[in-house]
Write a protein that binds this ligand. Sequence first.
Ligand code: GDP
Ligand code: IMO
Ligand code: MG
Length: 428
Amino acid sequence: MPVTIILGAQWGDEGKGRAVDWLSGQADIAARATGGDNAGHTLNVGDNLLKLHLVPSGVLHPNVTCVMGNGMVINPVNLVKELDKLAASGLDITPGRILLSTRAHITTPAHIAQDAAQEQALGSEKIGTTLRGIGPTYLDKIGRRGLRAAEMADLETFAEKLEASLIRADASLVRDGYPALDIKGSVAAYVEAAAKLRPYLTDTTAYLNERLKAGARVVCEGAQGAMLDIDFGSYPFVTSSSPTVGGTLTGLGFGPKYVDRVVGVAKTYSTRVGGGPMPSELLDELGDRLRGTGANFWDEYGTTTGRPRRCGWLDMVVLRYSCAVNGFTELVMTKLDILSGFEEVRICVAYDIDGQRYEYLPARIEDVARATPVYETLPGWSEDITGVRRMADLPTNARRYIERIAQLADTPVNVVSVGPERDQLVFA
Ligand code: GDP
Ligand code: IMO
Ligand code: MG
């Protein structure tokens, strides 16, 4: 410590929430830097099953202050709903314990309608977004016409500015043949939410810098993953923020001098929701086996949208690239229990594109779409490993699989998870 950054190393849903919950046990502050309620982070502690979208996953630790940073995009109505749910399950959500950056941007009903309209217009080429209005919100931010959370401090001007932006968006939506917005209803709902969120508004950059100077330990929670990054991901099949290491610093507002750990979270296989190429995807019964039946909450069905996730073997081209882009000091490899019972396990170590070998991710999406995976095959294991807590107690082939990943990634794997429960972690 003082600052540990935790990031998704693949296409999201790697198990960042549980990694943040684990590391928050040693922290004073848990902070989200990027994304919005497109994220879905699952925590499973005893009978408590929490699905968080905006509030950081440190929330289960009573002494941890939760910060929603300036790089985030916030749907105020959904944030109020999430806070109400947390309060109902007995968690402390008082202002001061939960802080919302005055510089975060606000997702409006216009952004949600625009997201749906853009996806509809793309037809079969659609991104497969979460339809939470994320892209249009960041577009307005970059276009210098967005509404920031600070506006919620003055309900009257907030209502005026929101209404003006909805009227503007409505005109072009209707012109293009999409349904009209409920402007009056939306403004009323947003003003009601803003009134509830006002006490949470904080200059979180000033707060974090003061606390860091005083020696506080901060865990930064990434959303999404490197392959969904606007710069480094599989563009255009990406989200509209920077869920890699640089985005964490701009999304919270402190310098790199405080950061001493950058933890990459990756599944021991690959999953992706939404469109875009995925060379190691398994479209056969092996893929179905990885996906599960949907009967358990940890099966591969989206936390936010409920969509089945596309599943495949571990893609080392992606993980190697993600390690480079983020400079991970270590990896947490999740869901090793799911691979128990496979006769053999495979790692995609390179892409073959028109007879040429690529160990690094190519930029052009057409190239990735044409890539065939080059596999290395390792022997599987059949033992139930959900009760294992030390690396030395893993079956030899499971340990070899993890060791091979660390070697190929040139990054140590310090922790492996073998089940969704808080304590189902395997340490060296
Ligand atoms: P995040 O978005 O990166 O926080 O990940 P999600 O919460 O969207 O998805 C991860 C899913 O896998 C959740 O349902 C977790 O409960 C589950 N999970 C995490 N680690 C493990 C593990 O080691 N084994 C199993 N079986 N499930 C896990
Ligand atoms: P967490 O934090 C997995 C994907 C969407 C889509 C693309 C763009 O839980 O890992 P967006 O709504 O952001 O414009 O969608 O990004 N996506 C995610 N996939 N996990 C997430 O978050 C995701 N957030 C966005 O499926 O392909
Ligand atoms: Mg998720």
